[in-house]
Write a protein that binds this ligand. Structure first.
Ligand code: ATP
Length: 210
């Protein structure tokens, strides 16, 4: 298998691209989705969170109250570290298990990593390449306002907290331009899939080249 990272600013279209690549055969690895899964009722991660933060982080139906949790960790770095100490190792273990299950095969794995450009120098580790979904910040803001109901000020503030467009583009091995229509995006995704299929798979541990 090979794994590529998929990144882009907030509202750039990462999830839209990920779904389109999955339709072509990519296997998606989405850390946020794994976190959500590990925090379902009955999961050891949620039990450990309740043991640490108390039952106020649960809604009456037993599901995690994300806003209540955010309220606790947002202002308190120690509590944020405690949360990360519970969640991160479990996510890493789950990702490793999924990678292990795919290793030796010819899967094209796409890992959605929103903050790849903000990560440290070893951000390329394990990745055969990086796809950047590029969008003009004004276009992203417009979509976030129209589709997500953010105010323009909120959308701009969130974008300002992320890496710049240029910083992200500097990392790209493949750029998907998402300034156009959904139709134009579909054409870009088709080209991206061709590129992904052209990447060489490593010959290790009994893997065979594609
Ligand atoms: P986030 O960082 O918030 O998770 P994202 O990068 O995953 O966002 P999406 O959720 O895929 O972005 O897209 C953001 C919004 O823009 C969605 O409502 C999506 O339907 C819309 N969108 C994506 N691409 C296009 C396009 N080419 N034309 C119009 N709308 C688009």
């Amino acid at each position: 298998m090979i794994e590529v990272g998929l990144t882009g600013c907030i509202g750039s279209g990462k999830s839209t691209v990920a779904v389109a690549l999955a339709e072509r055969g990519a296997v998606l690895l989405d850390a946020d989705a794994i976190v959500a899964q590990l925090q379902q009722p009955g999961q050891p991660v949620l039990d450990a969170m309740v043991a640490h933060f108390g039952p106020s982080i649960l809604r009456p139906d037993g599901h995690l109250d994300r806003q209540a949790t955010a309220g606790i960790v947002f202002e308190d770095p120690q509590e944020l570290a405690a949360l990360n100490a519970i969640v991160h190792p479990a996510v890493r273990a789950e990702m490793a298990e999924r990678r292990q299950a795919l290793s030796g095969g010819d899967a094209i794995v796409v890992a959605e990593i929103p903050l790849l450009a903000e990560a440290g120098p070893d951000r390329r580790r394990g990745l055969a390449g990086i796809i950047v979904v590029d969008v003009d910040p004004d276009v992203a803001v417009r979509r976030l306002v129209v589709d997500r109901g953010l105010t323009e000020a909120e959308a701009r503030a969130r974008l300002a907290r992320q890496a710049s467009r240029a910083e992200r583009l500097a990392l790209a091995d493949f750029v998907i331009d998402n300034n156009g229509t959904h139709r134009e995006l579909a054409d870009q995704v088709a080209r991206c899939w061709e590129w992904l299929e052209s990447l060489e798979h490593p010959l290790s541990g009994g893997e065979t080249a594609r």
